[in-house]
Design a protein around this ligand. Structure first.
Ligand code: AMP
Ligand code: FE
Ligand code: FE
Ligand code: ZN
Length: 284
């Protein structure tokens, strides 16, 4: 079976491999297609596509946007968009700006709590691209303020913890619209990880987003059980949505997840990539 992996992160967000290295690894693993889906930026896509051309791996444009849904976070994947079209770039820049302002405030709170660290150190940890809370956790561990990542979140960085600060986020409908305006396909990421408010279920969200242009569901995912995958496949069929899949490979930042196979059992058929491309082509 010809396979692909449509969800992974590079050094442009919180992955530890460069875009080019991701393409090399995909080739080594025999994957026919990949999409690099960094958090809130598509800045890795050009390098990945150039490497893909050179090495003979199909590379789809991709991004994973964190959106606000009922006080929780939902991840929306965007595929096969034209980077220069519509307002996608402008909106993602707004998100990055909001992140930057939020990060300054987190630094201040941590300083006030007695931790001697600077934003420059956090940025250096991130490699100068999208700076997120995991980078704060890494610096806090390195400087000996805490022992492990989860402790950093529980005590300081998680929602409601001592140094938590909110940041600008768009809603699910806005994110679907900005992906579609750029000629892309919007896909609900890893439904298993979505937290629902009381009385609300996955189908409610899928139904309302399908009405506003959602194009697909990430049915195949490292952490989905066979039963869950089956349930998501049925949901995709019911709402006429493209089935997609990916590992969410982050390199050393998620050491149990491997590209292509996730925790060992993932297999994403190449039809997922084909159908995304077909849907994007049909939408312009
Ligand atoms: P950011 O995008 O900078 O707000 O950081 C979000 C990332 O932080 C997520 O993708 C997770 O990797 C991590 N994260 C958020 N909340 C928690 C939590 N409560 N425990 C552990 N990791 C978390
Ligand atoms: Fe991540
Ligand atoms: Fe995600
Ligand atoms: Zn991801």
């Amino acid at each position: 079976m010809t396979l692909c992996d449509l969800h992974m992160h590079s050094t442009h967000s919180d992955g530890t491999d460069s875009p080019r290295r991701l393409v090399e690894m995909a080739k080594e693993k025999g994957l026919a297609a990949i999409a690099v889906t960094d958090h809130d930026t598509f800045s890795a896509v050009d390098e990945a596509k150039a490497a893909g051309k050179e090495l003979g791996v199909r590379v789809l444009s991709g991004v994973e946007i964190s959106v606000e849904y009922a006080g929780k976070t939902v991840h929306m994947l965007g595929y096969c968009f034209d980077a220069g079209a519509g307002t996608l770039k402008v909106k993602l820049d707004e998100i990055l700006q909001g992140r930057d302002e939020r990060n300054h405030q987190i630094v201040k709170k941590l300083n006030d709590l007695g931790m001697d660290l600077s934003y420059d150190e956090i940025k250096a940890e991130a490699g100068g691209k999208v700076v997120g809370r995991p980078h704060f956790a890494a610096v806090m561990i390195r400087k000996g303020f805490i022992k492990e990542r989860q402790e950093a979140f529980d005590k300081y960085l998680a929602k409601g913890a001592a140094a938590y600060v909110d940041r600008l986020r768009f809603g699910p409908e806005d994110s679907v619209a900005m992906i579609r305006e750029a000629g892309g396909v919007a896909v609900l990421a890893h439904p298993k990880l979505v937290r629902f408010p009381e009385g609300e279920k996955l189908e409610d969200l899928v139904k309302s987003l399908a009405d506003t242009g959602l194009g697909g569901i990430e049915c195949h995912y490292s952490l989905h059980s066979p039963e869950e995958t089956q349930q998501y496949l049925e949901l995709a069929k019911r709402y006429n949505l493209v089935v997609t899949g990916g590992s969410d490979y982050h390199g050393r930042n998620k050491p149990t997840i491997q590209m292509g196979i996730g925790e060992g059992n993932l297999a994403v058929p190449i039809q997922c990539a084909d159908e995304l491309e077909a849907k994007a082509a049909a939408s312009v």
